[in-house]
Design a binder for this molecule. Sequence first.
Ligand code: AKB
Length: 316
Amino acid sequence: MTEKILVIGANGQIGTELVNALRNIHGADSVIASDINSPTYAIRHSGPFELVNVLDKDNLHHIFNKHQPTQVYLLAAILSAVGEQKPKMAWDLNMTGLLHVLDFSVEFKVKKVFWPSSIAVFGPHSPQFNTPQYCVMDPNTVYGFSKLAGERWCEYYFNKYGLDVRSIRYPGLIGWRANPGGGTTDYAVHIFHEALKKGKYQSFLSANTALPMMYMDDAIKATLMLMDAPAEKITIRSSYNLAGISFTPTQLADEIKKLMPEFEISYAENDPRQAIADSWPKSIDDSYAQKDWGWQLEYDLPKMVGDMLVNLKKII
Ligand code: AKB
């Protein structure tokens, strides 16, 4: 059966990469990219595009009706750092947007829905190392508790309406094709841009702040693996932990220095994102993803740094 895949929030960090990966697999015309903003060059030139605001119910309903998608990826969200500046707006977009998409997916009999969660669902009382799938969760950012509530809604729609909704708790994502949009882990992308442009970078997180991160190639691979897995293999309908690689700004800078010995890092003080990072896990246990759908990480820290620098150099 031919798929019709609607990607909402296609201009963002994940969307830019995912749309291209999906178009390579299913063909350009089978993947409708959509976003609240006009399409980026890469998205516009690779296939169809719709302007969509997930909070505008009539507009979203029209898009579902027009395209009759078989799969929907909802990527539109406000991330952790921006969410603290605009808490009500973050809650509204992250929550109401999700509920609109879940409702229309039931109404239009969408076969599979993907929605991203985050390591931000954990909080200061969650175990910090090797954080398990199931544990105390007390997120203290609006982004974090909107993602946790969203996970509960996803599981609820699966149990109550049989909607095949699947989700991953992404770590911080690092890629060269698109910039991140206002998260706490953004330093791990900015550092590469500044290294190549200026040879130095001031990290807004402190030297020894360890966080779980993942190279975008691995994140896209995991997303497609989860979406391709047979439904009976998916034992978690809230969201799967995904570990990635855990490192500190110093460890990342040291790895960059191996390829760019002149690179220098310094550290800002009193950045509000530090408190957010301190409330998140330092490393994650993703054994459920490994067991249920065969997840295996490909990029470790040296491989990721090498690939980022080689590719970014070509476009900077
Ligand atoms: C953020 O930093 O807000 C995101 C995330 C970890 O979900 N990158």
